[in-house]
Every structure is written in structure tokens, then in C-alpha cells.
Design a protein around this ligand. Structure first.
Ligand SMILES: NC(=O)c1ccc[n+]([C@@H]2O[C@H](COP(=O)([O-])OP(=O)(O)OC[C@H]3O[C@@H](n4cnc5c(N)ncnc54)[C@H](OP(=O)(O)O)[C@@H]3O)[C@@H](O)[C@H]2O)c1
Length: 261
């Protein structure tokens, strides 16, 4: 029960990876506020966990007023906020950059960059007032090296990593620490569609030295570790959880030489 008595707020917490995180925090004794835009998914989640310390808070993270109302409700209900997991995020429809639609680019920046700032400012301000708080931002491995077809998404996650560092510079003196987690490809969440197609699983698995995608459980256990007291000194940085994928090439030079290519 690492999070007994703690109040946690998870953006995008009613489905995908955020839902797995919410359940894990509840199992470890926390009171959990879950946010998202889909009211049906939120109501369903609240119903599924009836009787536990869960509160569904519908809000679009790119709407400042809605997010402010979500924080207000958390404070009215539990009186404080200990841990913010900023997990909500969207990906752009895959497209070469020269053909990227302006509206698709703008939407990703509105949600993943402006929305992230709104969430972090609203919750961070309250944490500063309290003199304590822990923030974990869910970034992505693609922020480190880019990924063809995902320009706005990669920009947005790189922005989140820089926000993480800057906010830690500014807020650590107030007792508020911030870090990011940059996962590689996970077998769940936004990849649900892809992982039903074996060629994609093989391709993504082949891109890591471990030869497989990450499990949802591995993602959850890493986030919970970062949110725990054991990881207090991890601050202002991006922790990469990608099975060794960053910088890895499937057929390194040495293998080619050995095969006499
Ligand atoms: N799956 C992966 O392999 C992977 C890898 C690296 C990083 N990530 C990151 O992990 C996070 C979770 O991804 P996922 O795989 O679980 O994706 P997902 O299944 O598509 O879930 C996205 C979540 O974000 C919420 N959301 C989206 N736009 C929102 C908005 N404007 N306001 C409030 N909530 C919003 C969604 O809820 P509603 O639809 O109800 O709004 C949903 O709960 C994302 O930040 C993603 O970039 C995922």
C-alpha cells in the first residue's frame, strides 16, 4: 500500500494506459480522480469501481476553465492533491509532413502542448500553495529522435520534456518535483488496433534489442515507482523506458560484415 492516504489525479484516466494506472493506484490505497472527455467511459469506470475512492471528472485538457473546475472538485472532495499523472495525449493521423493538414497539426499542439501547460499550471499552482507535490508527465520515446509521419506528436512530446525540466527548475524550491516518462511502444492503449496485426507487432518488436513491445504492466510499474517516495530524487528529467530501442538499428554494421555483405 505505497499510496495509502495519497490523492492522485490522472488526465486521460478512464481508458487506455491511464485506466490501468488508475486501477493500480487504487489498489495501492490512493484516492484517484480520473479525467477524460468521454463521459460514457468515465461513468462506466466509476460504476466498475463503485465503492472505491474514485472520482470521475469530465474535462478537456485544452479547456482552462474545465480543468480548473476539475481541480476544484478534487480539493472539495479530498482537500489536497499529492500526485498528478499527466497522461492524456493524442496522436496525429499519420502523414508525411509536407502533406500534414494544418488542422491536424494544430489539434495535437492544442491538446498535447497547450493542454499540458494548462494542466501543469493549474495543478502545480495548488501544489506550490500546499508546499508539496509530485508530477509525472507521460511523454514518448519518439520525442528523443523523431518518427516519420508523426511530426506534431514528436514536437509535442519534446515540448513536454522541456516543460518538465523548466518546471522542476522553478518549482523544486516549493516542494514540487516533476519528471517525465518516455515509453517506447506498449501493447495497449493507442496501439490496440495495431497490435491485432502481427506484421506491426513483428516490426515494432524488431526495433528493440529485447525483441518485444513493452507490456502495460511494465508501463504501470514504472510510473508507480516514479510516483513513489523511492524515486523522490528523480527530478527535472525524462526517464526512458523503451527496451533499449533508442538509437538501436536492427542490423548493425558488425552483423553485416560478419555475414559478408
Ligand atoms: N500506447 C503507447 O504505446 C504509448 C507510447 C508512448 C507514449 N504514450 C503516451 O501515453 C499516454 C496515454 O496513451 P494511450 O496509449 O493510453 O492512448 P489512448 O488509449 O488513445 O488514450 C488517450 C487518453 O487521453 C485522453 N484524452 C485525449 N485527449 C484528451 C483531452 N483533450 N482532454 C482530456 N483527455 C484527453 C483520452 O480520454 P478521452 O477520449 O475520454 O478524452 C484517453 O483516456 C499518451 O500521452 C501517449 O502519448 C503511449
Amino acid at each position: 500500500m505505497r499510496f495509502q492516504g495519497k490523492v492522485v489525479f490522472i488526465t486521460g484516466g478512464a481508458r487506455g494506459l491511464g485506466k490501468a494506472l488508475a486501477k493500480a493506484f487504487l489498489d495501492e490505497g490512493a484516492s484517484v480522480g480520473v479525467n477524460g472527455r468521454n463521459r460514457e467511459a468515465l461513468a462506466g469506470f466509476e460504476e466498475e469501481l463503485k465503492g472505491s475512492h474514485v472520482l470521475a471528472l469530465p474535462a478537456d485538457i485544452s479547456n482552462y476553465e474545465e480543468m480548473s473546475a476539475a481541480l476544484k472538485k478534487v480539493i472539495e472532495t479530498w482537500g489536497k492533491i499529492d500526485i498528478l499523472i499527466h497522461n492524456a495525449g493524442i496522436v496525429n493521423p499519420l502523414s508525411p509532413s509536407e502533406k500534414m493538414k494544418k488542422e491536424d497539426f494544430d489539434r495535437v499542439i492544442d491538446v498535447n502542448v497547450k493542454g499540458a501547460f494548462y494542466v501543469l499550471q493549474i495543478f502545480g499552482r495548488k501544489m506550490i500553495e500546499q508546499g508539496s507535490g509530485r508530477i509525472i508527465n507521460i511523454s514518448s520515446q519518439v520525442a528523443l529522435f523523431g518518427e516519420k509521419g508523426f511530426l506534431p506528436y514528436t514536437i509535442s512530446k519534446a515540448a513536454l520534456n522541456v516543460m518538465t525540466t523548466t518546471l522542476a527548475y522553478e518549482w523544486s524550491k516549493h516542494g514540487v518535483t516533476v519528471c517525465s516518462l518516455a515509453p517506447g511502444f506498449i501493447k495497449g492503449g493507442m496501439n490496440e488496433g495495431l497490435i491485432r496485426k502481427q506484421p506491426f507487432v513483428d516490426h515494432l518488436s524488431g526495433r528493440t534489442p529485447l525483441g518485444r513491445m513493452a507490456t502495460v504492466e511494465e508501463f504501470v510499474s514504472t510510473v508507480l515507482f516514479l510516483a513513489s517516495d523511492q524515486a523522490q530524487y528523480v527530478n527535472g528529467t525524462t526517464v526512458v523506458m523503451d527496451g533499449g530501442m533508442t538509437g538501436y538499428t536492427q542490423e548493425p554494421l558488425l552483423d553485416m560484415i560478419m555475414k559478408g555483405k
